[in-house]
Ligand binder design. Structure first.
Ligand code: NDP
Ligand code: OXD
Length: 313
C-alpha cells in the first residue's frame, strides 16, 4: 500500500466509474469521494475535481497535483482560495477531442444545410425545398485553435469549407487561415459565416460573443458555442437572431447550468440547445493519463497537460 490518497470531488461525474478506473490502474491509492466539505488539514495527495466548492482545495493538506475533470479549468480557477503553488493539470484525451469534433462537424453541417428550417417545415407539414450554399463558398471560423479547435478544423476539411481559426499565437495548419491576437479578430469575424467557439474561459475571452462581435459577422451568420456559457452574452445573441442579422445558433453551454426553465433560449426557433454534452471526459482513458502524471510527479517531474496559471488555460 502506497499510503497515498486521492479525493474525488464532482457534483456531476459518476464516482463509481472513476473509482473502478483508479482501482484497476493504481490499486494502492486510497480513493475517497467528497462533496468538498473537507475539514482543514484533511490529507490528500491527489485531487480529481469538477467545480469544487470554493476553499475546498485550500483545506486539503499534502496535495501534489490537482486534476481537472474537464479540458477547461475555469471551474477551478474561479475559487479565490485556489492554491496556486500546486500543479493543475487538465484533460487532453483523444476520446474527448473526437467527441468535440463530432459535435462541431454535426452542427456546422446542420447550419450550412439549414437543418432547423427542414425541421420547422416538417412540423408544419410543408414541402419546401431550398438550396444550401456550396461548401466551398461557406466560411467556417473557429475561435480557439488548440487541442479541440485544431482537430475540429482538420475534420471539417474533407467537406471543402473555407476554414480559418483565431488564436493568441499564429498557427501553420494547411488549409486553415490563421488569425492571431485581438488586432486580427475583426478581420476573422468579417470572413466567417459559421462561427465556432472553442476558447478557454479567461478574463480576456469572457463575453467575447457579444453584440459587437455579432455585428462584425456577415448577414445570415450562425454561431456554435461549445466552450463556456461565460463566453456568450445570451441577450445579445437573442437580439441578433430576432433582428434577422444572424440566422441561427447552437448552444451547449450557458451562463446558468442547467439552463433555467424560463430561459427565452429554450423555445427560440433559431437556437439548438444541448445540455453541456458536446464532449464528455472518459474515465477509462483519462485515468491512465492521470496515473502517468502521478508517476512523473513522484519522480520529481511535472504532470502531463499542466495548466499555465499566468495564461489561465
Ligand atoms: P486549448 O488550451 O488546447 O486551446 C485554447 C485555444 O484558445 C488556443 O488556440 C489558444 O491560443 C486560444 N486562446 C486562448 N485565449 C485566447 C485569447 N485571449 N485570444 C485568442 N485566442 C486565445 O483548449 P482546448 O482546445 O483543449 O479546450 C478549449 C475549451 O473547450 C476548454 O477550455 C473548455 O472550456 C471547452 N470544452 C467544452 C466542452 C463541452 O463539452 N462543451 C468539452 C471540452 C472542452 P494559443 O494556441 O495561441 O495559445
Ligand atoms: C470540459 C467540459 O471542459 O466538459 O472538458 O466542459
Amino acid at each position: 500500500m502506497s499510503g497515498e490518497t486521492l479525493v474525488f470531488i464532482s457534483p456531476s461525474d459518476p464516482p463509481k466509474a472513476w473509482e473502478s478506473a483508479f482501482r484497476s490502474l493504481a490499486p494502492d491509492i486510497g480513493f475517497t469521494v467528497s462533496r468538498g466539505d473537507v475539514t482543514p488539514g484533511t490529507r490528500a495527495d491527489w485531487a480529481v475535481v469538477w467545480k469544487p466548492p470554493a476553499g475546498a482545495l485550500a483545506r486539503l493538506a499534502g496535495l501534489k497535483c490537482i486534476f481537472s475533470l474537464g479540458a477547461g479549468v475555469d471551474h477551478v480557477l474561479v475559487d479565490p482560495d485556489f492554491p496556486t503553488g500546486i500543479p493543475l493539470a487538465r484533460v487532453v484525451d483523444p476520446y474527448l477531442t473526437a467527441g468535440m469534433s463530432e459535435y462541431v462537424v454535426l452542427h456546422v453541417l446542420a447550419h450550412h444545410r439549414g437543418l432547423m428550417r427542414n425541421l420547422a417545415d416538417q412540423a408544419a407539414g410543408r414541402w419546401a425545398p431550398f438550396a444550401a450554399k456550396r461548401a466551398d463558398e461557406t466560411r467556417v471560423g473557429i475561435l480557439g485553435l488548440g487541442e479541440l479547435g485544431l482537430d475540429a478544423a482538420r475534420k471539417l476539411k474533407p467537406f471543402g469549407y473555407r476554414l480559418a481559426g483565431w488564436s493568441q499565437t499564429r498557427k501553420d495548419e494547411p488549409g486553415v487561415e490563421s488569425f492571431a491576437g485581438t488586432d486580427e479578430l475583426a478581420a476573422f469575424l468579417a470572413r466567417t459565416d459559421i462561427l465556432v467557439c472553442l476558447l478557454p474561459l479567461t478574463p480576456a475571452t469572457r463575453g467575447i460573443l457579444n453584440s459587437a462581435t455579432f455585428a462584425l459577422l456577415p448577414e445570415g451568420a450562425a454561431v456554435i458555442n461549445a466552450a463556456r456559457g461565460g463566453h456568450l452574452i445570451e441577450s445579445d445573441l437573442i437580439a441578433a437572431l430576432d433582428e434577422g442579422h444572424m440566422a441561427g445558433a447552437t448552444l451547449d453551454v450557458f451562463q446558468i447550468e442547467p439552463l433555467p426553465g424560463d430561459s427565452p433560449i429554450w423555445p427560440h426557433p433559431k437556437i439548438m440547445v444541448t445540455p453541456h454534452m458536446a464532449a464528455l471526459t472518459d474515465p477509462r482513458s483519462t485515468a491512465i493519463t492521470m496515473v502517468e502524471s502521478m508517476a512523473r510527479i513522484r519522480a520529481g517531474g511535472r504532470p502531463l497537460y499542466e495548466v499555465d496559471l499566468r495564461r489561465g488555460y
